[in-house]
Design a binder for this molecule. Structure first.
Ligand SMILES: [Zn+2]
Length: 395
């Protein structure tokens, strides 16, 4: 192992301790990291120089001078998060203390060309970078959350349900070329998930159902996403075949998938097929509005789909050992009705006491969770280089 590797590891270890036990003194850092006081002194000096940490007061004196306490510089460092999700493009800048400093959203229309989508993306990034420069913040990393997957070999987007026009597009290369911006692309559900994790949930098994245009499932123990290639069944649950005898054509090339049967687009199709004029040209916001206005046909259809969703996701929920189950949806079904119907579906494969033990709730503001999540992921990637590799493997 050469010196630079050793240095890098010592520095990461220190940053980790500061993040977890801040504010912390130099002697405490030396004790926690088992580095010499001289090494700690050098690293602290260079991290102060880079503006990544700051001195925030004094610790207790152990005879002599009072030691200075150190913390991550939470207000002057920030991350940039962008999400392309369900007809919307969202941009957010958050500081290291999780405060949102900039937020912008743009509606994407199905008829938009790829160039129009990219222009909006560039505009949002440009505005965000402008704000970062104006406030003299240090921008540490950028994460773009996309629906669909990344091809591990080429880094290009594949299988995007919401923005098929972006398929075969390399978002990393684009932002590097356009803005000289280091970025990672992650799956939208990952980002929502990371935004949802709060408090006690951070150490427990948690499952997240995303029910929007398509259907997504993410599970994790704390912040360790169990969503990897090693477990392709979990990764591809959206394309679980639930209609053995055919079903609706899916964008994955097959038919009768969980997503193509129960996703928002399938529900729009089914409503259009009723022949009623008011359902003929609905989009997802229109569907949500009807659900909220308690349109009987819409509520009945969504309730039925929620039950079926519960039934097909029950094995994943059970096997994940989830203590918390969160549902993120833009379809407008009343939260109590949604949870009740999901439970009925789960009950077909799980015992009543197993379902009772689950803490089930709807994510109240999925956009906010998504934006918080992309910035948290960006920060995680910045602090922990290994996370980049893990995320790439997952996608
Ligand atoms: Zn499919």
């Amino acid at each position: 192992m050469d010196n630079s590797t050793n240095n890098y590891r010592a520095r990461s270890r220190m940053l980790d301790v500061i993040r977890k036990s801040a504010p912390v003194t130099r002697p405490a850092l030396a004790k926690e990291t088992r580095l010499t006081s001289a090494a700690v002194g050098l690293h602290v000096a260079s991290l102060l120089d880079e503006g990544l940490i700051e001195e925030v007061g004094y610790g207790e004196s152990i005879g002599g001078r009072m030691p200075v306490k150190i913390d991550i510089a939470r207000k002057s460092n920030c991350t940039l998060g962008v999400a392309l999700h369900d007809g919307e493009l969202l941009g957010n800048v958050a500081d290291f203390g999780d405060h949102s400093l900039f937020m912008r959203r743009e509606r994407m229309r199905p008829r938009d060309t790829r160039q129009q989508i990219l222009d909006s993306l560039d505009q949002i990034v440009e505005q965000a970078l402008g704000l970062i420069a104006k406030h003299q913040l240090r921008q540490r990393h950028c994460v773009v959350a996309i629906s669909g997957h990344l091809d591990a070999q080429t880094g290009r987007i594949i299988d995007s349900v919401h923005f098929p026009k972006l398929n075969n597009f390399d978002v990393r290369e684009h932002l590097l070329k356009q803005f000289n911006l280091q970025c990672e692309a992650v799956y939208v559900t990952h980002a929502v998930f990371c935004g949802v994790l709060e408090g006690d949930m951070r150490n427990e098994h948690v499952g997240l159902i995303s029910w929007n245009t398509g259907v997504g499932w993410t599970q994790a123990r704390g912040e360790n996403l169990q969503f990897t290639n090693a477990n392709p069944g979990v990764r591809r649950i959206s394309h679980l075949k639930i209609r053995p005898d055919g079903g609706r054509a899916c964008h994955c090339g097959r038919s009768g998938c969980l997503e193509s049967e129960l996703g928002g687009l399938a529900i729009l199709q089914r409503l259009a097929e009723t022949g009623e004029a008011k359902y003929a040209h609905l989009d997802l916001p229109g569907l949500a509005a009807l659900a909220q206005a308690a349109d009987p046909t819409v509520v009945e259809m969504l309730s039925g789909c929620a039950r079926e969703l519960g039934q097909h996701l029950a094995p994943a929920v059970f096997l994940s050992g989830a203590k918390y189950l969160r549902i993120e949806t833009c379809l407008g079904l009343d939260h109590a009705v949604l949870v009740r119907n999901l439970k009925q579906g789960l009950a077909q494969c799980m015992h009543a006491d197993q379902i009772d033990a689950l803490d089930i709730a709807v994510v109240p503001d999925a956009d906010a969770a998504l934006l918080k999540g992309v910035c948290r992921l960006a920060r995680g990637i910045f602090f922990d280089g290994g996370m980049i590799r893990r995320l790439r493997e997952e996608m």
